[in-house]
Every structure is written in C-alpha cells, then in structure tokens.
Design a protein around this ligand. Structure first.
Ligand SMILES: NC(=O)c1ccc[n+]([C@@H]2O[C@H](COP(=O)([O-])OP(=O)(O)OC[C@H]3O[C@@H](n4cnc5c(N)ncnc54)[C@H](OP(=O)(O)O)[C@@H]3O)[C@@H](O)[C@H]2O)c1
Length: 510
C-alpha cells in the first residue's frame, strides 16, 4: 500500500481544517480531446488545482489521435479550463498545472502507443515521484472499452505491483447496454484491474444535493420515523431536461432515455431514497444497502399502463420553436427511440411494500430539473368543515437535486382571516442561501475521490447489473413498439399522466 497523507505523524486525521490530499499520481485521460474531457474533466482538474486539492506531484496525461506535442495539448486544456471551470480562472494556478500536462498521441489499436505510455509512467516515477500511482479515465466511446482494457493488461499498465503504488480505472457510463453486456464488461474490467481499483462513474452521486440525502435522512431525527409505508403515500423521482439531443445523435438514437438516465441516475436516486441506514459511512456498507433496495425492486404486472415511453415532436420552448426528434440532424426518419420514459416501480420490503415509486425522465420538457419528491399520506381525520381543506394537498418533502439546490417542505397552514381555511404553504432551504461555499461540480468530487481511492460514491458491479435486471424487461416490452408522441415543451405524453391518474394521483409540476 502506498503511504497516504493521513499517515503523516504530525497530522491528525480528525482535523478537518486541512483537506486530505491524494498521493503524487498521474491522471491518464483516454479520449482527452473529446466532449466530456473538454467540458467536464479538464475544468474539474483545474478547479481542484485552484482549491489546492491536488498534490505537488500531480500529472495530467492526455491520450488521443492527434499528432500533438505536450504544448498543444496544454493549450487545448488551458482553453477548456478557462471556458469550463467553476472557479475563477487564474493564470498562476494554470501555469503551475501546465508544467505537469503531457500528451501521448496514439490510437487504441496501436501497441507502440501503449508501450510508450507505460514507459512515460515509469519516467514520471523519477521526475514527479508518482511511485507508480496512476488512474486511467476511460472517456472514450463504450465500444472502445474492451480494446483499451486489453492494451492495459498486455502492457502491465493495470498493475503497479513492481513500484508499490496503485492503479485505478474510471469507467464512464453507459456501463453495457443490457444485463448480458454489463456482465461481460464487468468480468473484463475486474479481470484487468483489482475490483477495488474499478470506479464506475454515475456523476449524479458526485452532486452535493444527492449526498445531502444521507445527511437529511441519517443525521436528523425528524424524517426517519416517517420514512416508510405507514406515512409515505408515494415517491416521484424526476430528471427533466429542456434540451434536445444536441450533437450526440448517434449515441442517443442507439441508447434512448431509459438506458441513458433511468438505468443509472434514476435508479441510484431511488436506491439512496429507499435504502436502510448503513452501519457506518463507508463504501462497502453504503453499497450493500443500495444493492438490497435494487434487489427488492419489482416491476408492475401491467407494463402497458405503467411503463410509458415517448418521443418529442416539434414544439415551443422558452419562446423558441424547436424541431421534433425525427427532424433532428442524423436521426433516422423512422426512429423508435424514446426521449421520455416513465415507470412505476415497487420495493418489496417491509418498509416500502405498497408504496409506488414513480420515475420519469425526458428531453425537451419545459425545464431542466432533477428532484425527489416524497408524498405523505393525508391526515387520517380532518376536524374541519369540508370546504376548509379543499386547497390542502398531501404534505410533501422535495429534495431539489438541481437547479436551485435545496429542500422544500410543503404542509398545510391556516389562511389568515376570520374563517378556518387551510392551504398548502412551502418552507424552503436553499444551499445557496444557507452556505457561503459554492457547490463543487460532481466531477471535481469524483476525480478527487478516485485519486484518494474512496469508492463510496461509485456504484459497484452488482448494482450496475441489478439495475439492468430492472431495465431489461422494460426494453423487451417496448421493443418493436412506437413511442407515444409529446409536444416539445410539455411534460411528456398523455399516457404518462394517465398512468398516475389511474392510481388517483398526479405528477408534480416541479
Ligand atoms: N459528453 C458527455 O457529456 C458525456 C456524459 C456522460 C458520459 N459520457 C461518456 O463519456 C465517454 C466519452 O464521451 P465523449 O462525449 O467525450 O465522446 P467523444 O467526444 O466522441 O470523444 C471520444 C474521445 O475518444 C477518442 N478516441 C475515439 N476513438 C479512438 C481511437 N480509436 N483511438 C484513440 N482515441 C480515440 C477521441 O479522440 P480523437 O480526438 O482522436 O478522435 C476523443 O478524444 C463516453 O463513454 C460517453 O458515453 C459522455
């Protein structure tokens, strides 16, 4: 095991004034010229450097098919950081980082390029004291995962046994396209790296508001006693986007909303909402509890009614006319890919039996919002005139993941006046108002955790496979069917509203 900063005898690990710093190490980004690297990964590395969270011996190593010397990649990375960083861009921070930016040109089927990479990492042991420590970020098309993993196995890049350091791999979603392909990929990744060195990214887990679910539920006494089927009527989890498919037509048309969002982000949010309290706050204990929830998830018998998918038609958004999915560039005119999906799931445990969990996601919906809404049961008895409570709905606890990050509690209050009238009011907590510290980007947190070796916020292989077990039957049910249509700028197809209406409920308007 490589020594970590916390082994410093002058440093008390309980002291929170000084952040934990990773070991001197290299972050190797395969696909360093791609969209994700440019928009998210490189800016996140800059933000970490700006916050003083990278060790002095940190090296950023880009790998892609450009014939670039280090300086060209450094310039590309500087522009990406300047454009995408969350924290202010400061030349002195960048200049310090730029001295440790390297580029390796090469294609994934090019043995010589991977041999060069292995030699470069060896030389960094001397120049930067990385002692063999390296994390490999696979920011590449999913079809290239196997070839890159095999190259790393062939060249011994996946093991730092000789130097005593660590080797880790970060795998981007989508992790497979069904259970079978996920199993094959898991088997390969776990064969090439040790399972504890594999970090599967679900960037939603890097969001502060998602982690706040742990604090909300397990650091307070208020919510946990009512967090069960005795008090909860239903749960709605929404991830809505106002944008269309952008420039990722090829990827999206093969994937669709259920595989792109429901299989990972929505099911992870469901698992965090429904899980039991972990015995401690550690990677294994949290993953164990999430896995128990995913294993207990049941699908509705009537999939036609309770698993709805849709595709947007042209419409209006924010005063602008937007094209329908079939008119988007590079989308086949006959495409049956869904851009919206909604499903009712059950959780077969003592805590949740009988409570429906409604999940929905879609593109070209009226606004960008992600939230978890807990609907509580109505009071068993209301000692008022019937007319006094016509404006009173279910009590609701809404965890706003993004934007306007925070929590809202909705409950009934007397309307001022001489008559007794009860109406819904809201109590709001906003991160932006309660704290002066701005929220870090998810990728900042996750890259730092990879370098620290902390897997708490990364789903493991069993969770990924269990999520496909839930999604595969939906895909089979939908195969060959045509998605319902919905106008861009609306909250999805009528069939999604009918699904809740049939249960006597309505979707929340976020
Ligand atoms: N973009 C997003 O917002 C986003 C969000 C979530 C997850 N992801 C996932 O992140 C990964 C990367 O996505 P992306 O959008 O960044 O993809 P992208 O823009 O297509 O970038 C792909 C990168 O891989 C490199 N590459 C492709 N084939 C190669 C080969 N044979 N040899 C060497 N390099 C090769 C490309 O280098 P060249 O410059 O040489 O072509 C480029 O740097 C994917 O798994 C995607 O599903 C992306």
């Amino acid at each position: 095991m490589a020594p970590t900063v916390s082994t410093n005898p002058l440093r008390d690990p309980r002291d929170r004034r000084l952040p934990r710093l990773p070991d001197a190490s290299a972050l190797v980004v395969f696909g360093a010229t791609g969209d994700l690297a440019r928009k998210k990964l490189i800016p996140a590395v800059y933000d970490l450097a700006h916050r003083g969270l990278l060790p002095p011996g940190f090296v950023l190593l880009g790998f892609a098919r450009r014939d670039w010397p280090d300086e060209d990649f450094a310039e590309f990375a500087r522009q990406a950081a300047e454009k995408g960083a969350r924290t202010p861009f400061r030349a002195e921070v960048w200049d310090r980082l730029a001295g440790s930016v390297r580029f390796l040109p090469g294609s994934f089927d090019d043995d010589a390029a991977f041999d060069r990479l292995a030699r470069t990492l060896e030389s960094l042991e001397h120049s930067h004291g990385i002692r063999g420590n390296a994390a490999f970020y696979l920011s590449i098309p999913p079809s290239a995962f196997p070839v890159v993993l095999k190259q790393m196995q062939r060249t011994g890049l996946s093991s730092a046994a000789g130097s005593g350091g660590w080797r880790r791999v970060v795998v981007e979603k989508p992790f497979g396209h069904d259970l079978e392909s996920a199993r094959q990929l898991n088997a390969l990744v776990d064969d090439v790296f040790t399972p504890s060195g594999v970090f599967r990214i679900d960037h939603y887990l890097g969001k502060e508001t998602v982690q706040n679910l742990f604090a909300l539920r397990f650091a307070n006494t208020l919510f946990e006693p009512i967090w069960n089927s005795q008090f909860v009527d239903s749960v709605q989890i929404t991830m809505a986007e106002d944008v269309g498919i952008g420039t990722r037509a090829g990827f999206y048309d093969e994937t669709g909303a259920a595989r792109d969002v429901l299989q990972n982000h929505l099911l992870q949010l469901l698992a965090l909402t429904a899980m039991e309290e972990p015995v401690s706050f550690g990677a294994e204990t949290i993953r164990t509890e999430k896995l128990k929830v995913l294993r207990a998830v049941s699908l509705p018998m009537d999939l036609t009614r309770y698993a709805v998918r849709g595709q947007y038609e042209q419409g209006w958004l924010a005063g602008e006319r937007v094209p329908g999915y079939l008119d988007e560039q590079d989308i086949p005119a006959q495409s049956r890919t869904e851009t919206f999906s909604a499903v009712r799931l059950g959780i077969e445990t003592r805590r949740w039996a009988g409570v429906p969990f409604y999940l929905r996601t879609g593109k070209r919906l009226p606004r960008r919002v992600t939230e978890v809404a807990i609907f509580f049961k109505k009071a068993p008895h209301l000692p008022f005139d019937e007319t006094a409570t016509t404006e009173l709905g279910n009590n609701q606890l809404v965890i706003r993941v993004q934007p306007d990050e925070g929590v809202t509690l909705k409950f009934g209050s007397k309307v001022p006046g001489s008559a007794m009238e009860v109406r819904d009011v809201a109590m709001d907590f906003l991160f932006g108002e309660a704290f002066t510290e701005a929220l870090p980007e998810a990728y900042e947190r996750l890259i730092l955790d990879v370098l620290l070796g902390d897997a708490t916020l990364f789903p493991n292989n069993a969770e990924v496979e269990e999520s496909w077990r839930i999604v595969d039957p939906l895909e089979r049910h939908w195969a060959g069917t045509t998605p319902h249509r919905y106008r861009a700028g609306t909250w999805g197809p009528a069939a999604a509203d009918e699904m809740l209406a049939h249960d006597g409920r309505r979707w929340r308007r976020p």
